[in-house]
Ligand binder design. Structure first.
Ligand SMILES: Nc1ncnc2c1ncn2[C@@H]1O[C@H](COP(=O)(O)OP(=O)(O)OP(=O)(O)O)[C@@H](O)[C@H]1O
Length: 308
């Protein structure tokens, strides 16, 4: 069952900035990683899910409720950690948590103790005296304070030191075991690999790929490097219908991108060529993702974000 649904969500800020026809869903108990370079549209999508902005087209729903219209109801079930944290400077940690608990009508002192202990925040301290990391940890506590079923986490570990990052990952693993539904935007491959069931990649405001994390982890997509014996074969091969990643005429070498399901087709074609060698390398999540950073053309399965 889809808990979070984003359908053709569009917000055009002009000059090619914004999000365009963004569609994906997050099922109950699933963690979807939302990966994209700076300015790709992750926070904009999250803000629409929180009902802070109205789309020009499409819609965002949580538990079947429209995020803009039923904002107050949705808030009771949701924990949101914004990408940029701005906290009221005049309050101390307790004051801020009280304010957040009041907003959500769900005080939970036991949970507060547990979270304060895990994330080591001194709640007596005034917000204005806190470091960036401490403010971030306070925002993490606020997001989890009412033990929400659904979590929208916008780059949750940015600003945390490596020990805290590790603690956070452990904490989310436990939350996953408890059946939480999570949308997590991140730039950190290790974090995404450790936590996410599926990964949606967004670039220039558009979803360019949605993949099962296991598919990437187990290297179902591969780069095959083929070296030909002669120039004629090398040139002829370039006309074959494969996805070429790299061509090096001097070395008579090409890299093609393949999925497991393409292997038979590849073998049927390659028997017709004199091959010096071929090497197969699984694509890591980082390579898969970096491809979108560096290139505009598609790499692997482009989907509408609805495959799961
Ligand atoms: N209120 C706004 N007015 C105008 N442009 C905006 C506004 N909010 C976002 N944008 C633009 O929309 C695009 C997407 O921004 P967004 O903050 O969603 O990216 P992001 O993927 O979260 O990036 P980052 O990783 O840097 O946080 C950017 O080009 C940004 O400049």
């Amino acid at each position: 069952m889809a808990v979070i649904e984003v359908n053709n969500l569009t917000k055009d800020y002009d000059h090619g900035r914004g999000i365009y026809d963004v569609s994906f869903e997050v099922n109950k108990g699933e963690t979807l990683g939302f990966l994209g370079p700076n300015g790709a549209g992750k926070s904009t999508t999250m803000r629409h899910l929180m009902g802070f902005a109205a789309p020009q087209k499409g819609n965002a729903k949580i538990l079947g409720m429209g995020c803009r219209k039923e904002y107050a109801k949705i808030l009771e079930n949701i924990g949101y950690l914004p990408g940029e944290v701005t906290l009221p400077e005049g309050l101390n940690g307790y004051g801020f948590i009280d304010m957040m608990q009041g907003l959500r009508k769900a005080g939970n002192q036991e949970n507060l103790k547990k979270l304060t202990c895990i994330f080591e925040v001194d709640l007596q301290q005034k917000v204005k005296r806190m470091s960036i990391g401490e403010k971030r940890k306070l925002a993490v506590i606020a997001a989890f304070i009412n033990d929400p079923e659904i979590l929208l986490l916008d780059e949750p570990t940015s600003g945390l030191d490596p020990v805290m990052q590790e603690k956070f990952i452990e904490f989310i693993r436990e939350e996953k075991k408890r059946g939480k539904t999570i949308l997590l935007s991140s730039h950190m491959f290790a974090e995404v690999e450790a936590l996410c069931d599926r990964i949606a990649i967004i670039k220039d405001g558009r979803i360019v790929s949605v993949v099962e994390a296991a598919e990437v982890k187990h290297g179902l997509r591969k780069i095959v490097e083929i070296t030909f014996k002669g120039k004629e074969d090398y040139k002829r091969f370039l006309h074959e219908k494969f996805e070429f990643e790299r061509m090096a005429e001097e070395q008579l070498k090409v890299d093609i991108v393949m999925e497991d399901s393409d292997v038979n087709e590849f073998l049927a074609v390659i028997v017709d060529y004199e091959v010096e060698s071929f090497v197969e390398n699984p694509v890591t999540l980082e390579e898969y993702f970096m491809h979108f950073y560096k290139n505009d053309r598609k790499f692997g399965g482009v989907s509408n974000g609805k495959n799961h």
